[in-house]
Design a protein. Sequence first.
Length: 301
Amino acid sequence: MQRSLMDIRIGTMVKANAPNVVDYVKQILPLGFESIQPFFWQTMGNVEVVRQAGELREAISTKDVVISALAMFGNPLENGELDQQTLSGWETLIDNAHLFGTDLISGFTGRMRGKPLVESLPRFKEVWGRLAKRAQDKGVRIAFENCAMDGNWATGDWNIAHNPDAWEMMFNEVPAANLGLEWEPCHQLVYLIDPIPQIRKWASRIFHVHGKDATVRWDVIRENGIFGKHPFVQMRTPGFGDSDWSRVISELRLAGFRGAIDIEGWHDPVYRDALEMTGQVRALNHLKECRGGANFIANPV
């Protein structure tokens, strides 16, 4: 099959329920982003989804830019008011993904709060079995973010899709081909997992990649361990962390991945606030270089 440089686009996430999201997108497009992922936190709020889809598609229409995915981050397994809004948001995005020109929606699985991970599986099967069928009927894929949100196997508030053992259980509970992962090396490094073998094993389930990295502070681990008062890992913007993104992208290409790496900002302890976009553009250029450059070069005839 003919391969293209743009089989893997490099883009960024944008806050979909920010009042100025369309203006924000228009301002950042000249910087060279190739895709955007609008995301919602827990609720869609007062966003008129049809209108926003049209405005965002119009904003990117003059550039070679795509909406790679939509995202809804919250806990759709529980029954609080915000949890129910998260679940409703998933349903709305599934039904309207085509208006944004995408077939992919990502977010947390949700979790039964304060319970061991396995106790969330029956509710996971109930909710995601239904959502997977709804999405399949609309031609939509679902990708689970691999962030633990400070949870672990014993307890947590947001997500069970943060560990390979959990992935095995989840996909056994709901063996739907349109369920996969929104993967990033950062969350594996936080748990001291080597991300490279994980790509090889789970490539068929990786639907979307977040451009986020981490720095493991081995000096802190050697002196204080991982449960002391000093943080042993820092979340970083790509280009400032430990991951070999050239190797990550090469492994993704070898596995046949086609999609986007969208930079997840707002986490780097250095390149944030006034330096946020400085860090993101550095990450954008770094990831393009690791992809093989910014421009496709045709072979001589």
